[in-house]
Write a protein that binds this ligand. Structure first.
Ligand code: SF4
Length: 245
């Protein structure tokens, strides 16, 4: 059970990527940003969290939301504040573009679980699939992920979304996952409503074979659990359609 915390919470997504499969919709390229700023006051987040009934069962408080959470300049402050009012573990889902920054590394220092996106094994696929903000390169992102992994003491998972554009890179991505030393690798294909077609079970199984020997979870093999957001309308507003109509 994960409670999503959105440190961005803007009407339109705010991200340093503009992935072709993004379920938040494809903002214009110019909307992808690389700089940090405060979007939501930490006190507002804490006020809302205090409204939760204390006995509600949650495993992780997960910072994700309407774009890239590390773009929130007060992310570290939020994590500290959340820990002071709730006992659960804290996770952050990130596209990895800011992980080379010392301030971001410091913000994520005490987090229990970080899930990092890595979907391209070269600059060409990175630009075509993730469509980053100006100045963000595949090399700078990969170097940032490695630098972060070297300092991070919590659990580190890689999330790889496979679509037509990167399916031929599975073995190179597996080699990168081994080099980085991820604790877990999640192999996904976009099953939620978006602009890209998902790969088949057969294609994903062939991709999984490339990751032999690693701790892998593959989307088609995961048990389907019935889930209910606390608030359906808010979930759709922040994440787009999260399940097929
Ligand atoms: S990193 Fe996530 S939020 Fe950003 S564009 Fe890609 S899928 Fe969308």
């Amino acid at each position: 059970m994960s409670l999503g915390l959105d440190p961005i919470s803007t009407h339109k997504k705010v991200c340093s990527f503009n992935c072709t499969y993004c379920q938040l919709g494809c903002a214009e390229q110019a909307d992808a940003i690389a700089g940090r700023q405060v979007f939501v006051a930490t006190s507002d987040l804490i006020e809302e969290i205090k409204l939760l009934e204390s006995e509600v069962r949650i495993d992780y408080l997960t910072f994700s939301g309407n774009g890239e959470p590390t773009l929130a300049a007060n992310l570290g402050e939020m994590i500290t504040a959340v820990r002071s009012v709730r006992p659960e573990k804290v996770a952050v889902i990130t596209n990895g573009t800011l992980l080379g920054r010392k301030d971001v590394q410091a913000d994520l220092k005490g987090v229990d679980l970080v899930l990092v996106k890595l979907e391209a094994a070269d600059e060409r696929v990175f630009q075509a699939l993730n469509r980053p903000a100006a100045g963000i390169t595949w090399r700078s992102t990969l170097d940032g992920i490695k630098a972060f992994k070297g300092t991070f003491k919590g659990r580190f998972a890689l999330q790889i979304m496979f679509v037509e554009a990167n399916k031929a890179q599975a073995s190179k991505l597996a080699a990168l996952a081994r080099e980085i030393g991820a604790d877990e690798i999640q192999l996904n294909t976009p099953l939620r409503p978006n602009a890209e077609k998902p790969l088949s079970l057969l294609e994903m199984t062939a991709i999984k074979d490339q990751f032999a020997g690693l701790n892998v979870r593959m989307v088609y093999e995961e048990e389907k659990k019935d889930y209910h957001p606390f608030d359906d309308q808010q979930t759709i507003r922040r994440h787009g359609q999260y399940k097929q109509a």
